[in-house]
Design a protein around this ligand. Sequence first.
Ligand code: MRU
Length: 359
Amino acid sequence: MNSELAKLERFLKIRPLYFDEETKEFIWLDTRLLPFEEVYRRTRDYRRVAEAIRSLEIRGAPAIGVSAAFGMALAALESKARSVEELLRELEEAKRVLASTRPTAYNLFWALDRVMGRASRDALSGDPGKVSEGVVDEAMKIYVEDVKTNVEIGRIGSKLIENGSRVLTHCNTGALATAGFGTALGIVRYAWYEGKSVEVITTETRPVLQGARLNVWELKKEGIPFKLIVDSAVAIVMKRGLVDLAIVGADRIVLTGHVANKIGTLQVALAANYAGKPFYVAAPTSTVQRSWDAESIVIEERGKDEVITVMGRAQLTLKDIEVYNPAFDVTPPELISGIVTERGIATKPYSESLPKLLS
Ligand code: MRU
């Protein structure tokens, strides 16, 4: 194992994805089957990685970014290109395929640009072998950095959690949404490791049930106390004072402090603000797009099967009906108490604090 990763071993109780340096395979836990079955899949084909991202076998913005980087590594390893020009063309094609999988998670585009940037720099050597090695090395760096970043977010964010805190979260932001450890749930995990007593209130997160399936699986594994609520119970739970703070993740943040996250996040923010409870976002700086335009955030719209069935299994209602299924919403900066990153906590006004954190 990579020596930097070995140092992080104690934070990697759950390993949702990794690269086997001996077999040159990318390996991931199929999150669609959780919490009932723990099945790891493996491939040497970047197109299969793209399929895994598209079909939600792998999901969560940081996990998507890291997986796409490994997808590029697989594309470089499968290449028989004799010139750097040919190899760069093949890598551009792999980037196109991987970029077309999901539109909202910013880490996807960030990771693909970073790997391509490395390939272009190494291409100056004129040696396709060196470019290939560089792509694999960059993917590995992105992977290790993501774990380190999450642990740092956990360390910084843990200050927000007092002993005995009850933390409401929405969607899965744990190890399974990242290369390991997690963002918002990483904060809870870090506080728990520090010996604080904490209770998580997790929403189900309809329609894909990231809370009911994935948070439940992770929290049970860690032994962290939790309660599962239906999404529509958020307001009453806030109003009755059963929560001290809310922490959620992010799929894309822009410099104004607008945060795109799993559908229902805006409702959590509104309820928290109405009840006078702090509402925090936790995300790595790789989720922050250097843009001032919140309107430009693409909101993924997904198929109707997610809504009219439970995970494609039990049919919930009639098949021949119209459904609107946006996968994300955007919470405006005025509803957000702080954005926890690996570089510190940004506070209002975000249009000043975020660029400062990134500089
Ligand atoms: O559609 P998903 O499962 O990929 O949703 C993304 C998310 O996991 C969440 O929105 C999450 O809160 C942010 S990513 C840590």
